[in-house]
Ligand binder design. Structure first.
Ligand code: PEP
Length: 310
């Protein structure tokens, strides 16, 4: 029996507030429970009833719930709130299959978050500055995005890496900034066409994962998005076999560095996902959802992609 790491981390976080039994001890116990099922029924005379309650509260499913995340890029005026409303209205039909996240431009985060309150769609952001405040004209801090209603922040998207020369070290700082503000970081990695042609894909991905993912990454605070640059906005996609091989490679690296957390971290596929190819891509092993650009601008397409999750 496996305890989902995300749930455990949530419970540990929650327990920081309750502070009884002592949090480090509870953390050790829950970590032990994740590793060895036989301690599942563990009881300790000095533990509070609260501990038992927490163990009972743990979700028993082992599956990683898919996430369909929409990246609106630099698209969307106030009038597009109607499209987002259509997503909110249709969400109930698909959230049995996947969680939904929409990342509009920063100017629309507050309006979207207001409308999403109590609904089944979460709102996120597309980038952040690594610092919390200061003299950085035109930049937006993670704290500001979270204040506006963002629960997750995409960092290291290939368009930022290419347009703004962002490297792995900066991406890592941005992921840490997202955590500092209380948001989940969605870290994008992916090879260019040239790197693929030169047979460098796996080396590139290894380098990006090593450099962009901070120590302390967990299934609760970080999501990896594999987005081959040549597939973004082109209508091209890798074959299912290629996706399986690459997501398997990413999973291996995550597990060897982050152990149980790496085994449970979501790995999204991104690059020309649309309703017609979603089911095939989402069925691939170690694909735990999608990061969707163009097709996330239309509610019908975005929801149809979510319906493609197994
Ligand atoms: C993206 O930019 O994150 C993306 C996946 O774009 P598209 O779906 O349009 O290829």
């Amino acid at each position: 029996m496996q305890i989902p790491q995300k749930r455990v981390t949530k419970l540990i976080d929650h327990h920081k507030v309750a502070a009884f039994p002592p949090q480090p001890r509870l953390k050790r116990l829950l970590e032990a429970a994740v590793k060895s099922p036989e301690v599942w029924n563990w009881r300790d005379s000095s533990a509070s009833a609260c501990t038992n309650l927490i163990l009972l509260d743990i979700d028993m499913t082992d599956a990683i719930r898919p996430l369909i995340a929409g990246n609106w890029k630099m698209n969307g005026l106030k009038a597009q709130v109607a499209e987002f409303d259509a997503m909110l209205n249709g969400a109930a039909d698909v959230t049995g299959r996947a969680d939904l996240l929409v990342c509009p431009p920063a100017t629309l985060i507050a309006a979207f978050a207001d409308r999403a309150r109590g609904k089944k769609v979460t709102v996120g952001a597309q980038d952040c500055h690594p610092k919390a405040s200061g003299a950085h004209t035109g930049d937006v801090a993670a704290e500001m995005l979270v204040d506006a209603g963002a629960a997750a922040i995409i960092v290291g998207h290939s368009e930022r890496r290419a347009d703004h020369g962002e490297g792995d070290a900066l991406v890592r700082q941005k992921a840490e900034a997202a955590w500092r503000a209380g948001a989940t970081a969605i870290v994008c990695i992916g090879e260019t066409q040239g790197q693929r042609d030169d047979g460098q894909t796996l080396d590139v991905l290894r380098g990006q994962l090593d450099g962009s993912l901070p120590d302390g990454s967990s299934a609760a605070n970080l999501i990896v998005a594999y987005e081959p640059v040549w597939a973004i906005g082109t209508g091209l996609t890798p074959t299912s076999q290629d996706v399986e091989q690459i997501h398997g490679f990413i999973r291996e690296l995550l597990t060897s560095r982050f152990r149980a957390d790496g085994a449970r971290m979501r790995i999204l596929y991104g690059g020309s996902v649309k309703p017609s190819n979603a089911a095939e891509l989402m069925a691939v092993k170690n694909v735990n959802g999608a990061l969707v650009g163009g097709a996330s601008l239309k509610a019908a397409d975005f929801l149809a992609i979510a319906k493609g999750c197994p």
